[in-house]
Ligand binder design. Structure first.
Ligand code: AMP
Length: 630
């Protein structure tokens, strides 16, 4: 066997021995007594009996050896600011934030919702929660009041940390009014709101509830807040993600398993060393931001760059200039960002000294071969695709160059990662497909490895019912992705099996968008599908049935209603959920039992064969869709 094949086999066949070894890479207050308790499947409890702290491992632990080294590099091309925090400075800021949260009543196990732009205070808040054993729930700053309200309702945060606003492409985005509206919409009310005032826009302060970070920070300049040692199984955070139903799921992550999984991935997958710089271009509102802007690099003792701004402003060379300036060794981005850069002046890729960079990792959405080839030819560095999900927290498929150097195959995110017993299941029988090049559902045999979701926040039944299926003698986790595996064990991902779409790496449920659109008074019914797009991978397209169509007399009237519908989505979900087009039809294609034929609509939009339509109630409905997209 090759070194990786051997390593992988051991991770499956000697699971506990393998992970006991990896667990030595982090600091424990009390060492674990049991590596994995899987006595109640599918719930896996990792490192039972151990106590540790994520913030200690990310920050405090490094003070002895790298106190004056850069830890957090906050760069904003929106406000033209750049600030480097050493581990000592980060430690101080995190303690101030932790003291502020404690003063506002936050205790171990309480939730803190973080609704922030990409500023250093967001990182302080996440680490401060981890420090005191509070459970953070970061909500992407691009979400609007409706999405934010449902997350407040579900996570019931004692405190919300936010800011006056963010900025995108030089345009200020006010956060505070969206937050106030969300709190109004939610039946649960937080007891306090802590606000970083960036002076980007005016803020309406609610007396008795809203507090300014600046004032509390000054009060706690020298307050010492020790790390709270928590059980390895103590939840560190929840992060909401979209699924088939309209209601997003709170993916709940543990502490010890997550720290071990991230430390292992930094060594075996990303090959990042202490003292170097990691640059992930994601946002803290997504899982990549949690694992590979904040926790992973810091646990590894690396400096991490947090970037607020566009990849093409002031020009398409901005990211490469940061690689040169901070001697970035490991970079992580998304295929859409690369497709955006592809349209820029190619000279920008040779303008900067990129000799420090060892590899560019891409994830979050399919990496098409031409894009992979282009960036590989331009950078002349290894381009490594990896496939994972909010649920797993770290790669399911990829290449572990830290174990054994393996070539990438463009179009494939690689082989099964150590720790994941990846299987392909037959769609109909649920049986394992063992041959090469057979299409099946990508599944993981339980238990999920350390670092993956523990459960759905406060909804164990939903965790079981949504993700787990029985195959003879085993429980398997479904990823809801189609895949095939070639003769060499490389997987190829062929799209989702459910109604989730992926727009520029952002995961969205078509049902969520449909629910938002249905709240428009003149829309009676709507179907949203994901349609292939050259730049964003997919875009949402909506087909809506209008209650009263008498006003839709011409193109201008249709355009006006389309803009109104888009505005409704902007106000509820945020611009990330806005469909690229809203088209009006008189009827939607459904089965005789009333089920929407989303796949047929999607096929028609993409110019493909709509498949078997024998169960369709009214064939004219699909004709209308065809006419409207032509
Ligand atoms: P999220 O939870 O937002 O990270 O979205 C996870 C989903 O994004 C997966 O289930 C896939 O559908 C898709 N995805 C993520 N990474 C990749 C990749 N490298 N290649 C293909 N699809 C991917």
């Amino acid at each position: 066997m090759t070194a990786y094949a051997d390593f992988y086999r051991r991770s499956i066949d000697d699971r506990d021995g393998f992970w006991a070894e990896e667990a030595k890479a982090i600091d424990w207050q009390t060492p674990p007594q049991q590596v994995c308790d899987y006595s109640n499947p599918p719930f896996a409890r990792w490192f039972v009996g151990g106590t540790t702290n994520l913030c200690h491992n990310a920050v405090d632990r490094h003070l002895a050896t790298r106190a004056d080294q850069a830890a957090l590099i906050a760069v904003s091309t929106e406000t033209n600011t750049e600030r480097v925090y050493t581990f000592t400075e980060l430690h101080a800021e995190v303690q101030r934030m932790a003291a502020a949260l404690k003063e506002l009543g936050v205790q171990k196990g309480d939730r803190v919702l973080i609704y922030m732009p990409m500023i250093a205070e967001a990182a302080f808040a996440m680490l401060a929660c981890a420090r005191i054993g509070a459970i953070h729930s970061v909500v992407f700053g691009g979400f609007a009041s409706g999405s934010l309200a449902s997350r407040i309702e579900d996570s019931e945060p004692k405190v919300i940390v936010s800011s006056d606003g963010g900025s995108r492409g030089g345009k200020v985005v006010e956060y505070k009014p969206l937050l106030d509206e969300a709190i109004k919409l939610s039946s649960y009310k937080p007891s306090a709101v802590l606000l970083a005032d960036r002076k980007l826009c005016a803020m309406n302060i609610v007396a008795g509830r809203d507090h300014l970070w600046k004032a509390l920070r000054e009060k706690h300049l020298n307050t010492v807040v020790p790390c709270e040692w928590v059980e390895a199984t103590h939840p560190s955070y929840t992060l909401y993600t979209s699924g088939t139903t309209g209601k997003p799921k709170g993916v709940q992550r543990d502490t010890g398993g997550y720290a071990v999984a991230l430390a292992a991935s930094m060594k075996h997958i990303y090959c990042g060393n202490a003292g170097e710089t990691y640059f992930s271009t994601s946002d803290i509102g997504w899982v990549v931001g949690h694992s590979y802007i904040i926790y992973g690099p810091l646990i590894a003792g690396m400096a991490t760059i947090m970037y607020e701004g566009l990849p093409i402003r002031p020009d398409g060379g901005i990211w490469w200039s940061l690689v040169e300036k901070y001697k970035v060794t490991v970079m992580f981005s998304a295929p859409t960002a690369v497709r955006v850069l592809k349209k820029q002046d190619p000279a920008l890729l040779t303008k900067y000294d990129l000799s420090s960079l060892r590899a560019l990792f891409l994830a979050g959405e399919p990496l098409d071969e031409p894009t992979a080839q282009w960036i590989s030819d331009s950078l002349k560095k290894p381009i490594i695709d990896n496939y994972w999900q909010t649920e797993t927290g770290w790669p399911i498929l990829g290449i572990a160059n830290g174990v054994e150097h393996k070539a990438s195959k463009f179009g494939s995110p690689g082989v099964a990662m150590y720790g994941y017993d990846v299987q392909l299941l037959d769609e109909n029988t649920g049986e394992r497909l063992t041959g090469a090049n057979q299409k099946g559902v990508v599944a993981i045999e339980g238990p999920l490895p350390p670092g993956c979701m523990q459960t759905v926040w406060r909804d164990d039944a939903r965790f079981i019912n949504t993700y787990w299926k029985s195959i003879p003698g085993k429980l398997v986790y479904s990823t809801f992705d189609w895949g095939v595996r070639d003769e060499d064990g490389y997987f190829f991902i062929l799209g989702r099996t459910d109604d989730v779409i992926n727009v520029a790496g952002h995961r969205l449920g078509t049902r969520e968008i449909e629910e938002a659109i249905s709240s428009h008074p003149n829309i009676s019914e709507v179907a949203v599908v994901g349609v292939a797009d050259q730049l964003k991978g997919q875009v949402a397209v909506a087909f809506a049935v209008v209650r009263d169509a008498s006003g839709l007399v011409d193109e201008a009237a249709r355009a006006k209603l389309e803009a109104e519908v888009m505005k409704v989505v902007d106000n509820t979900i945020g611009a990330v959920g806005r469909p690229a087009r809203v088209r009006f039809v008189s009827v939607l294609p459904k089965t005789r039992s009333g089920k929407l034929l989303r796949r047929a609509i999607q096929a028609v939009c993409e110019g493909r064969d709509a498949g078997d339509l024998t169960t369709m109630e009214d064939p004219a409905a699909l004709e209308q869709i065809r006419d409207s997209v032509q």
